[in-house]
Write a protein that binds this ligand. Structure first.
Ligand code: FES
Length: 126
């Protein structure tokens, strides 16, 4: 069985920022057709282009939930440009590593966040 780090177990058993932002400025949803897991990210952007709030809803494995929680923590307070540079490797590193067969789960988190920001940008018209 795959071994998870203490950080992964912490974020899996006590995920941060779970939920939905009703008046979100951007929403991004991704799914993995292989495992069937789904992740939705919501962002609220302040006037200085900073992410005031980030929330998520994830239907997925333990790693996907830990990844979502970590991504939301990493993105909060960053500018949208900075948040766009958060990569799956950054997320896995912050989580103290992920088993190789679970790396695709960290992909989902970064992708869903980036899609939410792209949604915000397209609504804003740039
Ligand atoms: S097994 Fe599908 S996201 Fe982890």
């Amino acid at each position: 069985m795959a071994q998870y780090s203490d950080e992964v177990m912490d974020h899996f058993t006590n995920p941060r920022n779970v939920g939905e932002i009703e008046d979100a400025d951007g929403v991004g949803e991704v799914g993995n057709p292989v495992c069937g897991d789904m992740m939705t990210f919501y962002v609220k952007v302040g006037e200085d282009e900073r992410l005031e709030d980030v929330k998520f809803k994830t239907f997925g494995c333990g790693a996907a939930i830990a990844v979502s929680s970590m991504v939301s923590e990493m993105a909060k307070g960053k500018t949208v440009d900075e948040a766009m540079r958060i990569s799956r490797d950054d997320v896995a590193k912050e989580l103290g590593g992920l088993p190789k067969q679970k790396m695709h789960c960290s992909n989902l988190g970064a992708d869903a966040l980036h899609l939410a920001i792209e949604d915000y940008r397209s609504k804003k018209g740039n």
